[in-house]
Design a protein around this ligand. Structure first.
Ligand code: NAP
Length: 311
């Protein structure tokens, strides 16, 4: 493995993707930069702290991800600091120190019109404050001139943490009927498989650089293949849970329209991402989303039957 992996600074380590990154990279090789270690809401502190840790690579999985809360005017300063200004500082530090940066972005940079999958060249048009801040973060990193891989992903979930998968299992165990949005279409992405692909992509990018002298800096779409709606995802979660003998109360999952479930933040109806560039350039591709779900259900069951309080 490239020496860049000897000291990788990872942010967002209490989150879905960050936790998976640390698990896969191995704690001994990482600086696990929690909020206390690297407070992303204080961008001006970032360069000093990075000078102190001197990472050989940075993976920024930290973000302000509370999409609805981000709409509140009181939150604007934090959303900007965490999703735009801190990534900008990281990019500038990485450019000065010739350190590669991996950053995550989102399908919410798009307006969700039509039904065609978006490529990296498709025009952006965020519908909400979160999407706007994530787009600004991408632009700031690209403007810094650092060597960066920016992965736009979608609908991230895991067997632990706060996410749709876990919410469905909880509600499905309590209620007989559920109403789930059926007109937003995208690809659910299992955090550990995303983390794995991101690490592999960095390895491959460094190899490309060694061979060609050129690091393949850019934006890449990276989510599972295939697509579904939140309603379709919920149905599959329940089917997989039943197959594994997980007790459920739910008998009916009613499909509703986004308009019937108003939220503070508008969300794109079409979240399909064309991920062929990541496959072509970086040699990474995530399998069909059903495979991610199968693995997640197995892990959930394993942790649950052990009575693991974090699961
Ligand atoms: N979740 C999704 O559906 C989704 C979809 C598309 C793209 N993405 C992107 O994928 C990446 C990873 O998302 P995720 O789902 O793993 O996120 P997550 O589970 O919500 O975790 C977010 C992480 O960011 C950290 N963080 C938040 N504010 C911070 C601050 N002020 N200083 C330092 N750390 C802070 C959190 O730490 P605390 O625990 O201390 O708050 C947490 O570790 C993000 O860039 C996100 O925008 C996510």
């Amino acid at each position: 493995m490239n020496s860049a992996f000897d000291r990788v600074l990872v942010t967002g380590v209490t989150g879905q993707v960050g936790r998976a990154l640390i698990e896969q990279l191995g704690v001994h090789r990482c600086v696990a930069a929690s909020r206390a270690v690297l407070p992303l809401d204080f961008p001006e502190t970032i360069p000093h702290r990075l000078d102190y840790f001197r990472p050989r690579a940075i993976i920024n999985a930290g973000a302000y991800t509370a999409v609805d809360q981000a709409e509140s005017p009181d939150e604007a300063i934090f959303v900007k600091a965490i999703n735009e200004e801190s990534p900008a500082k990281m990019g500038q530090w990485c450019a000065r120190n010739r350190v590669p940066l991996i950053h995550f972005s989102t399908d919410y940079v798009f307006d969700g019109s039509g039904d065609a999958p978006r490529t990296e060249e498709s025009p952006t048009g965020p519908l909400n404050a979160y999407g706007l801040s994530k787009r600004a973060g991408e632009e700031a990193i690209l403007a810094s001139g650092c060597r960066a891989l920016i992965f736009r992903t979608s609908w991230v979930y895991d067997h632990q943490g706060k996410n749709f998968f876990r919410t469905m299992l909880k509600l499905g165990a309590e209620r007989e009927q559920l109403r789930v949005v059926g007109d937003q279409i995208g690809a659910p992405t299992f955090a550990p498989q995303l983390a794995h692909a991101a690490i592999l992509a960095l390895e491959n990018a460094l190899e490309i650089e060694e061979k060609t002298g050129q690091f393949p800096t850019g934006v890449y779409h990276l989510c599972h293949s295939g697509d579904t709606s939140w309603h379709g995802f919920a149905e599959e979660i329940f089917e997989g849970a039943r197959e594994r003998g997980i007790p459920l109360q739910v008998e009916e999952v009613k499909q509703i329209a986004t308009a019937e479930y108003p939220t503070p933040a508008r969300r794109p109806l079409n979240s399909r991402l064309d991920c062929s560039k990541a496959d072509r350039v970086l040699g990474v591709r995530l399998p069909d989303w059903h495979l991610g779900l199968e693995e997640c259900l197995d892990l959930w069951l394993e942790h649950h039957s052990r009575g693991d309080s974090t699961s």
